[in-house]
Design a protein around this ligand. Structure first.
Ligand SMILES: *[C@@H]1O[C@H](CO)[C@@H](O)[C@H](O)[C@H]1NC(C)=O
Ligand SMILES: *[C@@H]1O[C@H](CO)[C@@H](O)[C@H](O)[C@H]1NC(C)=O
Ligand SMILES: *[C@@H]1O[C@H](CO)[C@@H](O)[C@H](O)[C@H]1NC(C)=O
Ligand SMILES: *[C@@H]1O[C@H](CO)[C@@H](O)[C@H](O)[C@H]1NC(C)=O
Ligand SMILES: *[C@@H]1O[C@H](CO)[C@@H](O)[C@H](O)[C@H]1NC(C)=O
Ligand SMILES: *[C@@H]1O[C@H](CO)[C@@H](O)[C@H](O)[C@H]1NC(C)=O
Ligand SMILES: *[C@@H]1O[C@H](CO)[C@@H](O)[C@H](O)[C@H]1NC(C)=O
Ligand SMILES: *[C@@H]1O[C@H](CO)[C@@H](O)[C@H](O)[C@H]1NC(C)=O
Ligand SMILES: *[C@@H]1O[C@H](CO)[C@@H](O)[C@H](O)[C@H]1NC(C)=O
Length: 814
């Protein structure tokens, strides 16, 4: 904190624009603006032009910044690449009407250089209230006829009213280029510009590599940008013979806002900032990229990036991976191909709703065609692969078509534009054909099912016999176990005979040890307490089931070991321990900035969604909490201990148990008081976890409505009082996107509502986190009055702060 204050303070000091004479607002050719002597102010006092030194730099630059904003915020720099040493630069209009910046040796370091200037008799320089520095003839003082304007040469900032894009008449391309660093305004690696494809679209470049696209304009929005219910910034897009550009304006004209290309963060962002008069500070309103699906071509050609699925890359319907092997290894770059290749003679179209429109590098448009003509156009060209309306307003008009592979598609929650993709007619099928296919499929599946049943019975019989013959594990080794069985001696070697030094932690199911196999692989070994009454066979079946749950946000079970009394589970080792290790530690919490936390939130949500919905088992975790979220080397979240409650908790089938597995502070009221669990009690725990991640505070103990120290009570109070942002952990400072944090708080309150049926499912949670559509108002959260807790005989209390990465759901002692 001290360091931060120091930095902020020193930036203010070093920024030091010299303010000596009173501000002038016009410079004529007989005057000059000298460093250390004067500043030019816009008439309404919003912007100011002068010399400054950014950050710790000592070089001087001519720039424009907000006049009355305490945080130095430079929006334009003239001599980005040619700083002036020393402080005696000056700006003047020379005799040919050019704007010239000279150093103390009268050498020109920067100048304007159009030929227009010389046509002017009396050029004057003015700074306008929108931040535009303009050179114009004195007689044109009230017109928009400029000899030169800074808006034509943006630095890293797009102000309302600026154009980002092309003047096709002059070939002028206005684009944003990030500063190299906060101390150096020279052009960095990241550029945000309008690509002049047939169907133009804005693109972010990293050097010469395409980094992100926001999708082409569809008449209402850029198709990869979620619609905001109540936007503060209004985007518009103009494309005609003379110009192709986008522009922003503020919905409330008295609010200050700006869009910048910023590469000083770990992930370079295009950010939208809004000045909050109440806080006297800038707040991030939106950032781009928002999620992994925004990174260019993440899922390869014809792959669809869908945050609510796992893995997030899926082939489009009727397509399959080009390389199934790589695809299964989560290597998606080769993309997908049509299951049935196109014939170019007998093809049709299938409708795909709600997609971000593909990369328009190979595209073609016609404003006057209707959808039917567009379809005919696409059918007539063999390399055409898809078409859609150019403008979705008023029922749709115009035609846009794509050639070859469709690249960089993303499923947009709430997106309502359809794209029509060319598909072999045999994949589409008429009614008759469909029926025929159905019959064939039905009879084929009946046959297969029958064969499977017979086979299964045989296997069961065989197994049964074996099991009866001798209850020895060794004998079952020849069954095709999908889970490696480790040898006890191997594990003893790896953990140094379960040495105390290797112990990572202790939980209700038994202690956890760190180990290293002979081949160097690090493992975590859970040594299950002997008291678990389960038979070896059931245990093994369960473990095999758990091992089949594979998702990148779940900890991977590598194998097990059953020998004599010992039952061991072997997991991959997570070097970064668990979420609570970071979240609730004064210094480590600072390592998790907002983008990082948002990533973690989304990961946990996807992992839980998989458990609830996508896995074949429909697992209810029952003990989701910060210490059960482990972090890998790159701080990706991995849920641990899933399936264990199922294995050890007993009484699952009823959805009701008198043995409650869980942790106070995370438990849904209906579960804590009546032992009723469901996917919705997990959703409740997720809501609590979300609040913890946002606030950096621990949810503990019982819930009490009036208890201000209680996380959930406090969150609800702040929400009702309209001050939800006070919940935010100071640790992530201004790295946060206000709208995202607000949305997360909103979602968390929806998750912790009293009635399970009011709480969203995990799939809606994932959708809500990723979209920007309006959310329902939350009802009062579930509180547990102390007297209602399972009449005091709560068997499982797991409130101990976990000092290690691996804790285990506590189980009642038997
Ligand atoms: C300013 O200083 C830098 C580094 O000290 C030097 O590289 C540059 O040439 C100087 N520029 C001028 C115009 O003297
Ligand atoms: C005015 O500045 C421009 C740009 O540096 C230069 O080309 C031109 O020669 C200058 N005119 C005079 C009279 O110095
Ligand atoms: C710079 O140019 C101005 C005007 O041309 C002149 O008055 C001044 O003496 C010059 N200064 C130096 C250091 O050459
Ligand atoms: C001057 O014109 C040249 C050529 O048109 C261009 O490359 C250069 O960037 C221009 N300089 C400024 C300061 O506008
Ligand atoms: C957004 O801008 C467009 C075009 O300038 C305008 O028609 C529309 O009314 C604006 N919307 C809002 C909410 O300001
Ligand atoms: C616009 O913003 C100003 C300053 O924040 C505020 O006072 C005003 O109420 C806002 N107007 C509307 C219509 O929201
Ligand atoms: C199909 O479209 C592509 C791209 O515009 C073009 O190069 C090609 O000539 C077209 N083919 C036919 C047969 O029209
Ligand atoms: C602005 O926000 C930053 C980060 O949130 C904070 O460090 C700074 O103190 C704030 N400034 C003011 C004037 O509130
Ligand atoms: C760039 O982003 C960082 C982190 O969000 C922020 O602190 C900084 O102020 C941003 N730069 C500008 C010029 O807004």
């Amino acid at each position: 904190m001290e360091l931060l204050c120091f930095l902020v303070f020193s930036i203010c000091l070093l920024f030091s624009p010299s303010r000596i004479s009173s501000a002038a607002d016009t410079i004529t050719s007989s005057q000059s603006l000298s460093d250390g002597k004067s500043l030019v102010s816009s008439p309404g006092g919003i912007f100011e032009l002068g010399f400054f030194s950014p950050g710790i730099s000592k070089s001087r630059y001519l720039g424009i910044w907000y006049k009355n904003i305490p945080t130095p915020t430079v929006v334009w720099v003239a001599n980005r690449q040619t700083p002036i040493n020393g402080s005696t630069g000056s700006l003047m209009i020379n005799s040919t009407g050019n704007l010239v910046l000279v150093n103390n040796n009268n050498q020109t370091v920067w100048s304007t250089n159009s030929s227009k200037q010389s046509q002017s008799q009396r050029p004057v320089l003015q700074l306008l209230d929108n931040g535009n520095l303009v050179l114009r003839d004195e007689k044109d003082a009230n017109s928009e006829k400029y000899l030169w304007q800074s808006f034509d040469y943006p630095s890293d900032t797009l102000l309302p009213g600026m154009k980002l894009g092309w003047d096709l008449r002059t070939g002028l391309n206005r684009r944003l280029t990030a500063w190299k660093s906060p101390d150096d305004p020279s052009p960095g690696d990241f550029i945000w510009e309008m690509e002049l494809h047939e169907y133009p679209e804005p693109v972010m470049w990293k050097g010469s590599k395409e980094y992100l696209r926001s999708g082409p304009w569809n008449g209402v929005l850029f198709s990869g940008k979620p619609a905001k219910a109540l936007p503060a910034l209004n985007f518009s897009f103009i494309s005609n013979e003379d110009e192709v550009y986008l522009t922003i304006d503020m919905v409330n004209k008295s609010v200050l806002g700006r869009m910048i290309m910023n590469q000083t963060t770990s992930t370079p962002y295009r950010q939208e900032w809004i000045w909050s008069e109440a806080d006297r500070n800038w707040t991030i309103y939106a950032t781009f990229p928002r999620d992994p699906c925004d990174s260019y071509g993440h899922c390869g050609g014809n792959g669809n990036c869908d945050l609510s699925s796992s893995p997030i890359c899926q082939c489009l319907d009727r397509f399959s991976p080009r390389s199934p092997e790589n695809w299964n290894l989560n290597e998606f770059s080769q993309g997908c191909e049509r299951r049935k290749p196109l014939s170019c003679k007998n093809d049709g179209f299938a409708t795909y709703p709600g997609l971000k429109l593909p990369d328009t590098t190979h595209s073609w448009v016609d404003k006057s065609m209707n959808l039917k003509e567009c379809k005919a156009k696409c059918l007539s060209n063999c390399s055409c692969s898809a078409y859609t309306n150019l403008d979705v307003r008023g029922g749709g008009s115009g035609c846009a078509i794509w050639f070859d592979d469709l690249v960089d598609i993303k499923q947009m929650p709430g997106g309502d534009q359809d794209i029509y993709i060319k598909i072999s007619a045999s994949e589409l099928g008429g009614k008759d054909e469909k029926w025929k296919i159905a019959v064939i499929i039905a009879s084929a599946s009946a046959l297969i099912l029958g064969m499977l049943l017979v086979g299964y019975c045989c296997i069961l019989k065989a197994r049964g016999r074996k099991y009866v013959k001798g209850q020895d594990i060794e004998e079952q080794k020849d069954e095709d176990l999908e889970l490696p069985l480790f040898d006890l001696t191997t594990i003893e070697g790896a953990t140094n005979f379960f040495s105390v030094n290797n112990k990572l932690g202790e939980g209700g199911f038994g202690p956890v040890y760190k180990g290293r196999l002979v081949d160097g692989q690090e493992i975590a070994v859970k040594r299950l307490s002997r008291s678990s009454g389960q038979g070896i066979k059931e245990f093994k079946n369960e473990v095999i089931l758990i091992a089949k749950l594979q998702h990148r946000n779940l900890v991977k079970l590598l194998g097990c070991c059953i020998q004599g009394e010992e039952k061991l589970l072997i997991y991959e080792y997570m070097p970064n321990k668990s979420l609570d290790y970071f979240l609730f530690d004064e210094t480590r919490r600072k390592l998790l900035d907002w983008p990082q936390r948002f990533q973690i939130i989304c990961g946990i949500a996807r992992g839980l969604l998989y458990l609830h919905q996508d896995s074949r088992l429909r697992i209810i975790h029952r003990d989701l909490k910060a210490s059960n979220v482990l972090l890998d080397r790159d701080l990706n979240p991995k849920i641990s201990d899933f399936g264990l409650a199922r294995t050890f908790g007993g009484d699952q089938t009823e959805g009701n148990t008198n043995r409650v597995v869980g942790t106070y502070g995370y438990m849904a009221p209906e579960y804590a008081t009546e032992g009723q669990f469901s996917v919705k009690s997990d959703v409740f725990s997720f809501g609590i976890l979300l609040l913890e991640i946002i606030s950096g505070k621990k949810s503990k103990g019982f819930y009490h409505l009036n208890h201000r120290l209680n996380l959930i009570g406090n969150a609800w109070r702040l929400w009702k009082e309209g001050r939800p942002l006070e919940l935010i952990d100071e640790g992530f400072g201004n790295s946060c996107t206000l709208s995202d944090v607000l949305r997360c708080i909103h979602v968390s309150l929806l998750c912790v509502q009293l009635q399970p049926e009011d709480r969203p499912t995990m799939s809606s949670v994932v959708q809500m986190l990723c979209s920007e559509s309006a959310l329902p108002e939350p009802k009062e959260p579930g509180f547990v009055p102390e007297k209602d807790l399972l009449n005091g005989e709560f068997p499982l209390i797991n409130n101990e702060p976990s000092s290690n990465g691996l804790t285990i759901t506590q189980l009642e002692p038997r």
